[in-house]
Write a protein that binds this ligand. Structure first.
Ligand SMILES: Nc1ncnc2c1ncn2[C@@H]1O[C@H](COP(=O)(O)OP(=O)(O)OP(=O)(O)O)[C@@H](O)[C@H]1O
Ligand SMILES: [Mg+2]
Length: 410
């Protein structure tokens, strides 16, 4: 292969080979069978189980053509290509592969749920299992609220999300994602990246193409850079990107005199060396995500896609709990002044409701006591009193009726 290829890749692991391409070539021909474009030009590469490989390159460099050959959608003009040790056209492979195409093609009159259900039915899943997976995936990609909306109405980002959900419906061992983050907002991009990380944890093999280099950098173990249908670089991310000629030390903010002393040490150690001091920057993506999360916490309305929910249960396993936590944390509410105020108002309302309930309870108790039956002892005492009253009344009447007794004589 060409000398220009930087093979910084370390010796390949013992894991099974998922993709093997040797001298892979694709030439598109015109109507008269004359070569029109050499889209892929004699490339060799391998992808092993559990690897996340980024396929990079400028427009027209042959990324999508390579991906379509892996899927058996295009025939190679030359070379040898196997996927799971078989021809890419092998029917058995279809069950093992999930594919997100560059463009999301959807039946615009089907709803989001019906779309996923349709693809799930192609894999022969039971109705119950289909419903379970579709709902979990819709939640995961942040489209649960749009479950019953026709996908024809979806924005580009929403269509991309449904495409991603569709690629995962069969819980595939090998995912091929062509520009997965295109059309997604930074929050969506982050969710996709976390999802790819989770898939990696589960031992899935992933090939991802992207123009957004920072996305690839974050999730891929290895990158293959194409230019004009040829491989220009192929290697582990660290090996290719680490600048070993300098060191970065991050410390808490230092006083000026401390920096001067360090400068002195550097001058003594590396007489010709330059030392620069700067504050670290947060990425624009982190900044943007923070702002959107804050707005979300203030409950500002949006009719578009929302942040994704938890990773679909069937895609996670016990081992992935920690990875799930990463995604959960993205949707967790952080403390902000607005949130503190909101919480205080909630607590006050709760307290007022409790006090009202207690007052009402006391009133009811008083009413109950008033209408409660008189205890036995009290009852008999009252009856006795009534009898006594009646007897003294009777005695009085009797006394009035009887003549006065004659005076006693001695
Ligand atoms: N069906 C086709 N017929 C003719 N030429 C094609 C066809 N598909 C791709 N090509 C050509 O093959 C080359 C590689 O295209 P490909 O779509 O693989 O590039 P890509 O790297 O995916 O680009 P992008 O970043 O724009 O998606 C281009 O020159 C393109 O014009
Ligand atoms: Mg492409």
């Amino acid at each position: 292969m060409a000398e220009a290829v930087k093979t910084a890749e370390k010796s390949v692991s013992e894991r099974p080979v998922v993709v093997s391409a040797v001298g892979l070539t694709k030439v598109f021909r015109d109507f008269w069978n004359r070569p029109k474009a050499k889209a892929v030009n004699d490339i060799d590469f391998e992808v092993r189980e559990g690897e996340v490989v980024g396929l990079l390159g400028p427009n027209g460099s042959g990324k999508s053509t390579t991906v379509k050959m892996l899927l058996g959608l295009l025939y190679p003009t030359g070379g040898r290509l196997t996927v799971f040790g078989k021809s890419p056209r092998d029917v058995e492979n279809k069950k093992l592969i999930g594919y997100l195409p560059e463009e999301t093609y959807l039946y615009k009159y089907l709803t989001a749920f019906e779309t996923l259900d349709f693809f799930a039915s192609l894999f022969g899943l039971s109705k119950e299992e289909r419903t379970r997976r579709c709902d979990q995936l819709l939640d995961m990609v942040g489209l649960a609220h749009a479950r019953n909306r026709p996908v024809g109405e979806f924005s580009k980002g929403m269509a991309r999300r449904i495409g991603l959900a569709q690629a995962m419906i069969n819980d595939p061992a090998f995912l091929i994602l062509d520009e997965p983050t295109s059309g997604l907002d930074p929050l969506g991009c982050r969710e996709v990246k976390d999802l790819i990380k989770l898939l990696k944890k589960r031992g899935k093999t992933v090939i991802v193409t992207s123009h957004l280099l920072s996305d690839v950098e974050e999730v891929c173990d290895r990158i293959i850079v194409l230019y004009g249908g040829r491989i220009r670089a192929n290697g582990g991310m660290d090996d290719l990107l680490t600048i070993r000629a300098s060191d970065t030390i991050t410390v808490p903010r230092l006083p000026d005199d401390a920096i001067e002393r360090i400068r002195q040490i550097v001058r003594e150690s590396v007489p010709d060396g330059e030392m620069s001091v700067a504050h670290p920057h947060m990425s624009l993506e982190d900044f943007f995500v923070d702002i959107v999360n804050e707005a979300k916490m203030e409950s500002l309305e949006t009719s578009g896609s929302r942040s994704g929910g938890a990773i679909a249960e069937y895609l996670t396993g016990d081992k992935e709990r920690d990875a799930k936590a990463v995604l959960d944390s993205l949707t967790h509410e952080e403390e902000t002044p607005a949130r503190t105020l909101e919480r205080k108002m909630e607590e006050d309302a709760k307290k007022a409701a409790e006090e009202a309930a207690k007052k009402r309870q006391d009133e009811l108790f008083a009413q109950l006591q008033a209408s409660a039956p008189v205890p036995e002892e009290e009852k008999s005492r009252q009856e006795q009193q009534k009898i006594e009253e009646k007897m003294s009344e009777a005695n009085r009447k009797l006394k009035d009726l009887l003549p006065n007794p004659p005076d006693k004589k001695d």
